[in-house]
Design a protein around this ligand. Structure first.
Ligand SMILES: Cc1ncc(COP(=O)(O)O)c(C=O)c1O
Length: 480
């Protein structure tokens, strides 16, 4: 099996801190620094490292120093070799998390007042759903005369979704739209159709855990490509991953990415989509959060490149309980996906689709009200973190429902376990990656009212102090 991609000596040198000022031998600092980049998701596992000679030249140090560093990493289980692939970074056996939907794992807490930050999602807006349901009930009679099965979706809703894409600069016919039970359902259908055991699927790192689980459920191989530290894509790395791996599919979330909230500029999208076309990789863009931007939205990715497949839904701007989503692709692909669907769930619910067709023309207004509600919550969360946990670093999300906090030590999992004891339910950073990395990060949704978020941060600060006082924060991470 080939490794994911290769990092050059110069590129690796650019990611490393100043090693000579660190205590202890330089080779140990180098080994530790590269290992930390792997654990923090800055270098994806299975990336081939530069040769010892190349890195030594880039770092202006002796080849023996680099050899010792690589030996130390190998001894700790962070470096391995494969014939024909050179030395590639990895994590020790036993550190890979099991597939699980964290939603269904249990946590124990004696706290009477639980603040649930496990989901980046909002309750339904008041009145809007009830009014649309009443309206839809009045429009139901003609549908009741038919059999109710429309595997591709009700024509009225396919038209409304197509019109919305057309409005956003991506001219779309209703035949190009498949109505799904949410955007994850759309991704799952695509994976079933296009990805077989062992096929490679490029994702961002971090990314939405549901997508990772869906790829693994088809026995696909996830190839995570690290996001830039400041947010957004590392176009060079995505380009390299596409060119070097012959990936079958790339799942990307350029519009207010979950968990970082980043918005990827159009020029970066155009370049990545172009390379994917050259390598024959199907790109699936997840637009789940596209309507929840603080800064105004880029054009739909389908307008940037019509060959890109887009999945989206009403779950984030309106309500997850509706279970209404869509997929935009070629007419032929929509046909094949609708046929596949009949072997799984036959069709979507008629009443809910009528409700969605009533809501869709008002989506801009509904989403704008959401953004007005979310901005002070985001700001309150950022301010509370700056106040109570100043050693945590945050990047201001440009949209979406969560921020991605960087902790000063890789303690996300122990922190979430302690947090549950004081009634704060959070998901550790490692859940948004593969291989047990990203332990230095924590996703914090800001969907709750500002006072609840302040309370949550206050409780988190309390348990963080306990971890810190225990001296754990200064300990080297043991991935287990
Ligand atoms: C990026 C992303 N895609 C898809 C989903 C699933 O959404 P849906 O309810 O539309 O299936 C989520 C839910 O959190 C998400 O964050």
């Amino acid at each position: 099996m080939a490794t994911l991609s290769r990092i050059g000596g110069r590129a690796l040198a650019d990611l490393l801190p100043e090693l000579r000022t660190m205590p202890g031998p330089v080779y140990a600092s180098l080994a530790h620094a590269i290992t930390s980049l792997v654990l923090d998701g800055r270098i994806a596992t299975e990336t081939r490292l530069p040769s010892e000679r190349e890195l030594a030249t880039a770092l202006h140090m002796s080849r023996a120093t680099v050899t010792s560093a690589y030996d130390a990493m190998r001894a700790e289980g962070f470096l391995a070799s494969r014939t024909g692939s050179g030395s590639y970074v990895t994590v020790p056996p036993g550190s890979r998390p099991r597939n699980s939907l964290v939603r269904w794992t249990t946590y124990t807490t004696d706290a009477a007042d639980v603040i649930d930050l496990s989901c980046a999602t909002l309750p339904a807006p008041p009145d809007i759903i009830a009014e649309a349901v009443a309206d839809a009930a009045g429009r139901l009679t003609p549908y009741l005369l038919g059999d109710g099965y429309e595997p591709a979706g009700l024509p009225v809703l396919r038209e409304a979704v197509a019109a919305r894409f057309t409005q956003r600069d991506a001219a779309t016919r209703p035949e190009q739209i498949l109505i799904t039970n949410g955007s994850l359902h759309g991704l799952d259908l695509l994976l079933r159709l296009l990805v077989g055991p062992g096929d490679r699927v490029i994702t961002e790192l971090p990314t939405y855990p549901g997508a990772l689980d869906a790829v693994r459920a088809k026995s696909g191989r996830v190839l995570p490509v690290p996001m830039a530290a400041a947010g957004g894509w590392q176009v060079d790395q995505l380009r390299a991953a596409l060119r070097q791996t012959a990936a079958r599919l790339a799942y990307l979330t350029p519009d207010y990415h979950n968990p970082t909230g980043a918005l990827v500029p159009e020029a970066d999208r155009r370049e990545v989509f172009k390379v994917a076309r050259q390598t024959g990789t199907t790109v699936v863009v997840d637009e789940s959060f596209v309507d929840l931007g603080f800064e105004g939205t880029e054009r739909s990715s389908a307008a940037v490149d019509p060959s890109v497949i887009v999945v989206g839904s009403l779950s984030k701007p309106v309500w997850g309980g509706l279970r209404i989503g869509w997929l935009r692709a070629s007419t032929d692909l929509v046909h094949r996906l609708a046929a596949l669907r009949t072997s799984i769930d036959m069709s979507g619910p008629v009443l809910d689709q009528v409700v969605a067709s009533i809501l869709l023309p008002d989506l801009d207004t509904i989403a704008a009200a959401r953004v007005v509600q979310l901005r002070p919550r985001r700001d309150a969360l950022v301010a509370a973190l700056a106040d109570e946990l100043p050693s945590w670093r945050t990047t201001l999300p440009q949209g979406g429902l969560s921020l991605w906090a960087e902790l000063p030590a890789p303690l996300s999992t122990p922190l979430t376990m302690l947090a549950a004891q004081v009634g704060v339910v959070v998901v550790p950073g490692s859940r948004f990656g593969v291989d047990g990395t990203l332990e230095r990060f924590l996703r914090l949704p800001y969907a709750l009212p500002a006072d609840r978020l302040r309370d949550a941060v206050h409780r988190l600060a309390g348990v963080w102090a306990q971890l810190d006082q225990g001296g754990v924060a200064s300990r080297q991470l043991v991935v287990a």
